[in-house]
Design a protein. Structure first.
Length: 271
């Protein structure tokens, strides 16, 4: 049976009696600085570990053939009566370039085009499926990585100025890009459609309209959320604690020997 004395012989951390140690003011100051440095560096390392790390790539759109693109819009026309407004939808080709056009049309009535004012306010215009409630937290966390072109026209007004004259058509050209955020294992977290918009006005020979041209990019932005290793975090924390402790010990030793040397010089000792 192994004796306790043999087990004690492998102790890496042999204890020194407290009576044989000496505390100093310089050592106390270095200890405080070292402790504060450890706390500060630990906080930085923890913040880096908790931060979202992503990599961005541009790939060919991975949407399946035949997928339909959802379009949500809420547009106000303050100068037009919407009493008999209706929406006619025809989409048989899926996610292809298209138009959203608002105009006056009737098989039994005629319209005075000079009196048609197509000024409008885009309260909301978005593409793609709505974010589900259970995805709100993920969307809020990842929204800084989704760009600044999400719902770019929301809240904007497009007013037909009087100096432009009658028969003014207001057109918007939208370039839509799909952005997808996935985990490193391929699990989809958030899918959003972002767009850039350019607006212009033009005189029409027929009835003026408000027209939204949209075109989908054949490419998509893929943002991959990279997982961070917990073992790497623990290793860095241990390196911070051990490194600061070692450097502080070296500085304390240098400072202590320097002060001892100065005291000996003051006393005129030869050595």
């Amino acid at each position: 049976m192994v004796s306790t004395s043999k087990i004690k012989s492998v102790d890496f951390y042999r204890k020194i009696p407290r009576d044989l140690t000496e505390a100093s003011l310089s050592g106390a100051g270095l200890s405080i600085i070292a402790a504060l440095s450890m706390i500060f560096l630990f906080g930085m390392e923890l913040n880096n570990y908790l931060a979202v790390s992503t990599s961005t790539s541009v790939i060919v759109d991975r949407s399946a053939d035949g997928d339909f693109l959802r379009l949500d819009f809420n547009i106000s026309f303050p100068s037009l009566s919407c009493e008999f407004a209706s929406v006619d939808v025809s989409d048989v080709l899926g996610t292809v370039p298209g138009n959203l056009m608002v105009s006056a049309r009737s098989g039994s009535h005629s319209f005075d085009s000079s009196q048609m004012n197509m000024s409008h306010v885009v309260n909301h215009l978005s593409f793609g499926r709505r974010i589900m409630p259970q995805k709100f937290s993920e969307f809020k966390r990842l929204s800084p990585y989704l760009g600044l072109s999400h719902d770019r026209l929301d809240g904007r007004s497009f007013i037909n100025q009087r100096d432009l004259g009658p028969n003014v058509t207001i057109e918007h050209y939208l370039q839509i890009v799909k952005t997808e955020v996935v985990k490193s294992n391929g699990q989809a977290l958030v899918e959003a459609y972002e767009y850039t918009a350019h607006s212009s006005v033009a005189h029409s020979y027929y009835l003026p309209v408000a027209k939204f041209h949209f075109e989908l990019s054949p490419m998509q932005v893929l943002i991959t959320e990279n997982s961070k290793s917990f073992s790497h975090f623990i290793t860095n924390v241990c390196a911070i604690i051990g490194g600061v402790f070692t450097v502080a010990g070296i500085l304390d030793s240098i400072l202590h020997h320097s002060m001892t040397l100065m005291k000996k010089i003051e006393l005129g000792k030869n050595f």
